[in-house]
Design a protein around this ligand. Structure first.
Ligand code: HEM
Length: 82
């Protein structure tokens, strides 16, 4: 598989709405979760709080995400690396 494209945090921050695409980071990985926003079990409003930035501060508060199946789901949306 080819290497993923590299993005800066500033580029990720330009993707904060479904119209501009919804990107998030986890570690050094970048994800386009636009298509997952409406599928999120915690609702679209909550997932959009993390739009354009890091998931870690939010997932530290919502431990429901510390399960292997959540990271497996997230991996499907990977589009790049920081
Ligand atoms: C639940 C994924 C971002 C709040 C879940 C669940 C998944 C998920 C798969 C169900 C987990 C389970 O029941 O086993 C994601 C992904 C995210 C994301 C892929 C980002 C790309 C967020 C953010 C917040 C949040 C940023 C809060 C600001 C919640 C809450 C639930 C939940 C409160 C529990 C919903 C319920 O069971 O009533 N999320 N989440 N999530 N998520 Fe997220």
């Amino acid at each position: 598989t080819p290497p993923f494209p590299r993005y800066t945090r500033a580029e990720v921050a330009q993707h904060r709405t479904p119209a501009d695409r919804v990107w998030v980071t986890y570690g050094t990985d970048v994800f386009d979760v636009t298509e997952f926003v409406e599928l999120h079990p915690g609702g679209p409003d909550k997932i959009l709080l993390a739009a354009g930035g890091a998931l870690e501060p939010f997932w530290a508060l919502y431990a429901v995400h510390s399960e292997p199946h959540v990271l497996e789901l997230l991996r499907e949306y990977k589009v790049g690396e920081l």
